[in-house]
Design a binder for this molecule. Structure first.
Ligand code: GTP
Ligand code: SPV
Ligand code: MN
Length: 594
């Protein structure tokens, strides 16, 4: 497959350690893929779904203890502990290698080790980063073939160098107690041991494209962010691009694929999807910030996806897709999840493989879910009806606005604009959101999640903030920065804002701000829209007063918020940029004066 000495040594080293019976070099061919699928079906690792209704689609169940990312078992292994920063778990690299090697040693006996060459970003583009993942899971191989560009071409592109990320994945026994997701940014290396769940094992995604890439971007002068990228084509044919950072399961895929309401489509507005989870950003020659989506597919949340909420995502999953931990409809061997439609299958298997029927309750009388709340689909990006014609553009797309957002039941207004880049970095750094099922642990507790990168920043977050500030100094035509919140609730806990396609109404205001086409109102936290500037035409049950309520900034709540920010900032010590300290001071003084 290759003569590259570094690649051969890498494969040999781990073959010696893991002792697989066989090594298979993945060549990206259709024939090899077909054979792998057949083998995985034979062992039960995957199941074929109804080939008429879901052609080429497969089904997989993970172990029940292995259904989400494990943040408490995820480590940044830098030589100096301080370099991992206060928001990451840290292990000494030598200690980590020794520990993980001893856990994984010999674990591929009786198994096959697959060598997966992949590119994040278009092969050969200036954005592209290459990786080689070793894995003993066909499920991982098949997912990587959708999520990344798997091709032996990357061996040529390496040109004899070791310029690739070494990714080692061993399932071992899927033992939670010995599960480790370790990153060695200084060695361009990732280890994932004892897991088989997406975000822990598809190492091109969170591990490479965010944790390792954020570190590389810091060193090389670019950025790797947990962001969707979308294009909005206006009636005059011009397209503007926007990036959005929301924490896991907070609406990136949905926003990236939104279908605008009638009041916009009738005028000729169209939305295009460039990416739904990760953006790599670099300065362009024209002084604008350019973004690519380094992935090649979607690893999206299934529950809640339906023809109304996200028809583009649903359509993307109708062929050549892998479904993980959803329910099986036994009537026709298709898939089902909560929120897909109002017709749950009468006879089904739940995500654990147990018989399931609508209205089922457990011993405590609680409803039994058919699909796991973090069940996912892995769909090829080319399936997406709203895919941007610019997706493959190796230069990326120029970004006009960056949006931060999270789940906040009360504090954050529907939308506000940062006063300038520095203030925007502050707005990103103080993001907070209620936790979701995307990571193991309690759901629904508010935590600080700067730029939606808390679990994904591969170095000291104080340095990361400084890097954002520095990038601002380099980019002449800076995107404007905004914060949004689709998740404000009323006194009964119901979402007030309709969200989904109607988020276009907020994007519209954002674009108008970028073009200086509309005024805004100053507030202690930044610029707010005038309520009448949010288009509510055709929205049932939403009045100007609703919008006023959604835009309210409660002084006392924000004073509390400022305290929380101060506590959070204290963690970073001298590595917190002084510009941010100053922004916090300004916020406090604005609140005092208000
Ligand atoms: P990751 O893949 O984990 O990074 O998640 P994501 O940020 O792409 O989130 P996704 O778009 O998959 O949405 C997650 C959940 O949020 C789903 O259950 C959606 O139904 C819900 N959601 C998305 N957008 C909205 C919105 O505008 N309003 C409301 N109320 N819910 C939304
Ligand atoms: C997320 O949790 O942000 C995801 C899913 O996009 S995973 O790939 O599991 O990280
Ligand atoms: Mn994500």
């Amino acid at each position: 497959m290759t003569n590259n000495k570094y690649v051969l040594d890498f494969v040999q080293k781990y073959a010696d350690l893991l002792t697989p019976d066989k090594i298979v070099w993945i060549d990206g061919s259709k024939q090899q893929k077909k054979e792998l699928i057949e083998q995985a079906i034979a062992t039960g690792e995957v199941m074929k779904l109804n080939n008429k209704l879901l052609p080429g689609c497969l089904y997989h169940r993970t172990a029940q203890n292995d259904v989400a990312r494990v943040e408490d078992r995820t480590y940044i292994c830098t030589r100096s502990k301080d370099d991992a920063g206060p928001t990451n778990n840290w292990m000494d690299p030598q200690e980590a290698y020794t520990k993980l090697d001893s856990i994984a040693k010999g674990s591929m006996k009786g198994r096959t080790m697959y060598v997966i060459p992949f590119s994040m970003g278009k092969v050969g583009s200036r954005f592209a980063k290459y990786g080689i993942e070793l894995s003993d899971s066909i499920y991982v191989v098949l997912n990587m073939m959708i999520m990344t560009r798997v091709s032996p071409k990357i061996y040529d592109k390496l040109g004899g160098t070791d310029n690739f990320v070494k990714c080692i994945h061993a399932k071992v026994n899927i033992d939670l107690e010995n599960r480790y997701i370790c990153h060695f940014p200084e060695d361009n290396t990732i280890y994932s041991i004892n897991s088989g769940y997406g975000g822990n094992v598809l190492l091109g995604k969170k591990c490479l494209a965010l944790r390792i890439a954020s570190y590389q971007g810091w060193k090389e002068g670019w950025m790797a962010e947990h962001m969707l990228i979308l294009g909005i084509q206006k009636p005059n044919g011009e397209t503007k691009y926007v990036c959005g950072a929301f924490p896991s399961a907070c609406g990136k895929t949905n926003l990236a694929m939104l279908i605008p309401p009638e009041t916009y489509t009738s005028k000729g507005y169209k939305v295009f999807t460039v990416g739904d989870d990760i953006a790599w950003l670099r300065k362009g020659r024209d002084g604008m910030l350019y973004a690519i989506n380094p992935e090649n597919g979607f690893f999206g949340v299934a529950p809640g996806t339906n023809v109304k909420s996200n028809p583009n995502a649903l359509e993307s999953t109708r062929k050549n897709t892998i479904f993980t931990n959803v329910a099986i409809n036994l009537k026709n061997n298709t898939v089902w999840w909560e929120g897909l439609d109002k017709n749950p299958p009468q006879k089904a298997l739940d995500w654990k493989g147990n018989p399931w029927h609508p209205g089922m309750v457990d011993a405590d009388g609680k409803p039994v879910k058919a699909a796991h709340p973090n069940s996912r689909f892995t769909a090829p990006i080319q399936n997406c009806p709203s895919l941007s014609p610019e997706f493959e553009n190796p230069k990326g797309v120029p970004i006009s606005a960056i949006i931060f957002g999270g789940r906040r039941a009360k504090t954050a207004p529907l939308v506000y604009e940062a006063r300038d880049w520095k203030h925007g970095v502050f707005v990103g750094s103080i993001m907070a959101s209620e936790t979701t099922a995307a990571a193991a642990g309690q759901v629904g507790v508010v935590r600080r999640d700067p730029m939606a990168m808390l679990p994904f920043c591969g170095y000291h977050m104080g340095d990361y903030f400084q890097h954002w500030l520095n990038m601002g100094k380099k980019i002449k035509n800076k995107p404007k920065i905004f914060n949004v919140n689709w998740f404000r609730t009323d006194e009964n806990g119901n979402f007030i804002w309709p969200g989904f396609g109607d988020n276009m109404r907020v994007l519209d205001w954002i674009l108008q701000r970028c073009e200086d086409a509309v005024d805004a109102v100053e507030s202690p936290i930044g610029y707010l829209p005038k309520p009448e500037d949010i288009n509510i035409e055709g929205l049932e049950g939403i009045t100007l007063d609703t919008i006023k309520g959604l835009l309210e900034v409660d002084k006392d709540t924000w004073k509390q918020e400022a305290k929380g920010i101060e506590e959070f900032y204290a963690k970073f010590g001298y590595r917190l940029p002084k510009e941010l300290r100053k922004e916090l001071k300004t916020l406090k003084s604005n609140l005092r004066k208000a």
